[in-house]
Design a binder for this molecule. Sequence first.
Ligand code: SF4
Ligand code: SF4
Length: 104
Amino acid sequence: MSIVIDKSKCIGCKRCRNVCPGSLIKTDENGKAYIKYPKDCWGCTSCIKECPAYAISFFLGSDIGGMGSKVHTEKNGDILSWLIEKPHGEVIKIDINQKESNKY
Ligand code: SF4
Ligand code: SF4
């Protein structure tokens, strides 16, 4: 279970580094984020939801039925979208209205 960070998208804001409860994310000499201890990531998704550049994805491994898919989030107002990218290119989008997320 781990995330992957696309350095080409990273703008060096350090939000992911600050929010990771395990201090697993560091920044390199160019200010770009990377995960130093990927095996220790337990998939809380905090860094993914915090990244304003959508540079962080989470691997959905075969053990949870993901078969190599990746997921990242994008935010538009109260709507948090979860985008699942399948290995063959298909993208599934699930929108959650955060204002209503406490209803359930
Ligand atoms: S998913 Fe959670 S534990 Fe894993 S790197 Fe991101 S913030 Fe840290
Ligand atoms: S939150 Fe995103 S843009 Fe900011 S440092 Fe982390 S990966 Fe880079």
